[in-house]
Design a protein around this ligand. Structure first.
Ligand code: FES
Ligand code: FES
Length: 213
């Protein structure tokens, strides 16, 4: 009779391991240890945990480095207004529905009420306060004044940031482009026609702020 590989004894409380079972089990264990090690080696380092206490935050705002202590849940809009006193940026809805809080992040428009301040690290934040060059208004700001493109003014900083981003990007913008650029902005005073006029006038005049050409 051929020798059996199964020499387990059913009378023992634990069946004796056969040689095949032993080597199969040992191989599987070695493989699972190796796999576990590989997974551990490949796993990305876990991100630093912030909060709930305030942490130090360094941001580039209007070309200057600002260091503040802030709760990690602070939005960029709250940080600008409540921590830095930069109240040009308005908060209307505080939930991404009105665009009153529009700023630029690396030159692109963004709703600062929907952006965590800590997520703006490493990016260039531009607010309405940083749009003019000293006393020289941005062409879009000037055109808003000349074309009477505001009434109560609450939506105006956000509108200006979106319209200025458009003419900086596309000085040949059309009326449709302007309408598209302000399509997310709510103006309860209904200044849209003059906003369109002002933005097109700024674009016609060259559009870009000095230093941005
Ligand atoms: S306040 Fe940010 S979108 Fe309304
Ligand atoms: S000017 Fe009043 S909300 Fe737009």
């Amino acid at each position: 009779m051929a020798p059996s590989d199964d020499d387990s004894d059913p009378k023992l409380p634990f069946p004796k391991l056969s040689r095949r079972a032993f080597f199969t089990g040992a191989g599987a264990s070695a493989l699972s240890v190796t796999l576990a090690q590989s997974v551990a080696d490949a796993a990305p380092a876990s991100p630093a945990v912030l909060g709930p206490e305030p942490s130090s935050l360094s941001l580039s705002i209007n070309g200057r480095t600002v260091i503040v202590q802030a709760d990690p849940a602070t939005t960029l809009a709250e940080l600008l207004r409540n921590h830095l006193g930069m109240t040009g940026t308005k908060i209307g809805c505080d939930r991404g529905a009105c665009s009153a809080c529009t700023v630029w992040l690396d030159g692109e428009v963004a709703a600062s009420c929907m952006t965590l301040a800590f997520d703006a690290r490493g990016r260039k934040v531009t607010t309405i306060e940083g749009l003019s060059q000293g006393d020289e208004l941005h062409p879009v700001q000037r055109a808003f004044v000349e074309n009477d493109a505001m009434q109560c003014g609450f939506c105006t900083p956000g509108m200006v940031m979106s319209c200025a981003a458009l003419v900086e990007r596309n000085p040949k913008c059309t009326l449709d482009d302007v309408k598209q650029a302000v399509s997310g902005h709510l103006c309860r005073c209904g200044t849209y026609p003059n906003v369109f006029k002002a933005t097109l006038a700024a674009a016609k005049g060259g559009g870009k702020a000095k230093g941005n050409s």
